[in-house]
Design a protein around this ligand. Structure first.
Ligand code: MF3
Ligand code: CO
Length: 256
């Protein structure tokens, strides 16, 4: 499947979709406290989407026949859960780190972003893990310029994580974004041997580093969705949707 470059008009809508995601995530960040039930967050997202006229992107999403349709509007992944955690009747506890991964569809276009937030006071390890993961996302964003190649972005993310000794998860990563949540190209968070496609103005991609405090091995849980670290170590995930623009730095579409 070829990469679909977006026109300025399409990017304008993608910007609105991205802003809805970012504003919703910003409000969720404010809600986070010990005792908050994950189902309250799911409910908040449903109401917020209704209020702003966004359609759910994640609900009933299925990447293939082996997956049951995703049952929620948001992925909430706690501690050793990396991505695709399903909101359940569970209360956040002091010291947890929790990832909120949210997609919204607005006027037919998708915004996709994720943040990891500490609940109350977190351990120094958890804080360092979050700092390194977020820094690697921004390094990838800075490397995403017209004329660069995808491998430059992958390498910038990898080089930011490596010195920490943390694990870089393989098999999950970023992706093109447009009318579909998952378009070409797929963006792993480490260098490959080839330069990969050139980054051209109009390319819209989600970058999403996934980092573990222990080994990098992960597996899917019995619900068919929740991805956890094999060794039970803490893990972290940040994501922004960005657009390659002529000239300079990429535009981050998922800012509040
Ligand atoms: N935001 C996630 C991604 O980038 C997707 C969520 S999977 C879903 O791949 F099922 F929840 F949609
Ligand atoms: Co994504």
């Amino acid at each position: 499947m070829p990469i679909k470059l977006k026109s300025d008009d399409e990017i304008a809508i993608l910007r609105e979709a991205g802003r809805i995601v970012a504003n919703t995530l910003a409000q969720i960040r404010e809600m986070v406290r010990p005792g908050l039930n994950l189902l309250e967050i799911e409910k908040f997202v449903r109401e917020e989407f209704k209020r702003v006229g966004a359609k759910e992107t994640f609900l009933n999403y299925s990447p293939g026949p082996k997956y049951p349709p995703y049952p929620s509007n948001i992925c909430i992944s706690v501690n050793e859960q990396l991505v695709h955690g399903i909101p359940v009747d569970r209360e956040l506890q002091e010291g947890d780190i929790v990832t909120f991964d949210l997609g919204a569809t607005y006027r037919g276009y998708v915004g996709d972003a994720a943040i990891t937030v500490g609940v109350g006071k977190v351990s120094p390890l958890a804080q360092r893990l979050m700092d390194v993961t977020e820094a690697s996302l921004w390094a990838g964003i800075r490397a995403a310029r017209p004329g660069s190649h995808l491998n430059d972005v992958r390498g910038a993310i990898e080089d930011t994580i490596r010195p920490s000794g943390f694990g870089i998860v393989k098999g999950y990563g970023g992706h093109g974004v447009g009318r579909d949540m998952h378009e070409e190209p797929h963006v792993e968070n480490f260098r490959q041997r080839f330069r990969g496609p050139e980054l051209r103005p109009g390319l819209v991609i989600a970058l999403e580093p996934m980092v573990t405090a222990g080994g990098p091995e992960v597996g899917e849980g019995p619900d068919g969705w929740t991805v956890t670290t094999k060794d039970g170590s803490l893990c972290c995930h940040f994501e922004h949707t960005i657009a390659i623009r002529p000239g300079g730095e990429a535009e981050v579409l998922t800012l509040p």
